[in-house]
Design a protein around this ligand. Structure first.
Ligand code: AMP
Length: 425
């Protein structure tokens, strides 16, 4: 670069991030609308929290020994010297808001859903990005096993309603603060003699967080033979898990017990679950969740059992595309306004405003293009009608309404044209 001259280059979206272009938006709208409908049907209300929080919120909730906290957080000091972190997950901010706004004083459970950008400094690959969007629901203030069943059922229902096939539901219970330590000790004993067979990450997990050994993708064979948490539950957790399962049977939800399912965040207790597509890859999990009965207390609140679920929108879309699920397209313009000449353009602007006031989507030509070119554009946009204003129409105060599919044309007054287009809506 020569001094004094700025380097000229085309900027690109940062590594691990993606633009969602208009051609993709039908998928996004479809997923978001379906998820919101499910949430609302189950009595959830939307909550939006800031894109960043004070860093200690995540240290205390997600857990210091987790991949997210150790390797993946986007943390920075702001100009006031406060350590902030771009949200690496959605649950802790919702719990923070629940406490901050005194929602523990409302009738429980409080049911909240969110649609939020999540930031993790991950190794980018298909289905794994540094910014992704999650849809999640959280039910706070109840430990009823029927609530677990409802949350699992609505999460499963979401994928069914979206039209995804061949999914599996994995279920586990990882116990509570009473029974988990003894189980973790048992797990440590199981792995200790086998440490040299473990990958390097797992060797360090063995010391810091043995539960995470179970979901290592490289050491699956060992994990399959490891002791199962659901066989080491205290009586309360065992009874809770029993009830959850009986409700799932009642709801006819097919699930697999999977003792390797522990999830990557420290705050989980008791029920955990995940939904996976049929073709398992490293980036397979579509969504997951579980109970976090101690989290709100850990954040300084009263004892408040809770359960939640989150799913990645990009992952859902990846699977919708893979399975060729048809997506309803966004409705295009109903009518395309074509004109020839300055006076016609003025009338066309007025007609467009009139049509839009009637709730009719309008596209129009701009500039001085031939009628043929304008009609080509109308065709490309898929507009069923073109409303043409040329010199003759200007003189007569009319508009020529062309039915694009048949080519049939009629000369109408503005009012008749609006009525016609609206009537055939
Ligand atoms: P988690 O909070 O890790 O349980 O993630 C919940 C869901 O978010 C996962 O099941 C994925 O669908 C999605 N997800 C997690 N991490 C990523 C990522 N890096 N890129 C895209 N989607 C992700």
């Amino acid at each position: 670069m020569r001094e004094g001259r700025p380097e000229k280059r085309l900027f690109q979206a940062p590594r691990g991030t993606r633009d969602v272009l208009p051609v993709e938006q039908d998928y996004w709208r479809y997923v978001e609308e379906t998820a919101q409908r499910i949430a609302q049907l189950h009595g959830y209300r939307r909550i939006d929290t800031p894109a960043f929080e004070e860093t200690p919120l995540f240290l205390r909730s997600v857990g210091e020994g987790t991949d997210i906290v150790e390797k993946e957080m986007y943390s920075f000091q702001d100009r006031g010297g406060v350590s902030l972190t771009l949200r690496p997950e959605g649950t802790a901010p919702v719990c923070r808001a629940y406490l901050e706004h005194g929602m523990h004083n409302l009738p429980q459970p409080v049911k909240l859903y969110y649609l939020a950008s999540i930031f993790r400094y991950d190794r980018p690959q298909a289905g794994r990005y540094r910014q992704h969007e999650q849809f999640g629901w959280e039910a706070l203030g109840s430990d009823a096993p029927a609530l677990d069943a409802e949350v699992i059922q609505m999460s499963w229902e979401l994928y069914q309603l979206l039209g995804l096939k061949g999914l599996t539901l994995q279920l586990n219970s990882i116990g509570c603060a009473q029974c988990r330590p003894a189980y973790v000790e048992e797990l440590r004993r199981f792995y200790e003699g086998k440490a040299r067979h473990l990958c390097r990450d797992c060797q360090s997990r063995l010391l810091r967080n043995p539960l995470r050994l179970l979901d290592c993708k490289r050491d699956q064979a060992l994990a399959a033979a490891a002791p199962a948490s659901f066989q080491h539950l205290c009586p309360d957790c065992a009874s809770h898990f029993q009830h959850v399962q009986s409700y799932l049977h009642l709801l006819e939800l097919p699930y697999n017990l999977d003792h390797r399912l522990v999830r990557g965040l420290d705050y989980y207790t008791r029920t955990v679950f995940e939904v996976q597509p049929a073709d398992l890859g490293a980036q397979s999990t579509l969504g997951g969740g579980g109970r976090y009965d101690d989290l709100i207390q850990q954040l300084g609140g009263p004892p408040t059992p809770a359960i939640g679920f989150a799913t990645g929108i990009q992952r859902i879309i990846l699977n919708l595309k893979k399975q060729g699920v048809p997506i309803p397209p966004q409705e295009g313009p109903r009518v395309f306004l074509a004109y020839l000449g300055e006076e016609a353009q003025q009338l066309s602007l007025r007609l467009a405003a009139q049509l839009r006031r009637e709730g009719i989507a309008v596209a129009s030509a701009f500039g001085n293009r031939s009628l043929k070119a304008q009609l080509r554009q109308a065709h490309a946009l898929g507009a069923p009608y073109a409303a043409i204003i040329g010199e003759d129409e200007v003189r007569a105060g009319t508009v020529t309404l062309r039915h694009m599919a048949t080519g049939e044309q009629r000369s109408l007054t503005f009012e008749q044209a609006v009525k016609d287009i609206k009537g055939n809506h």
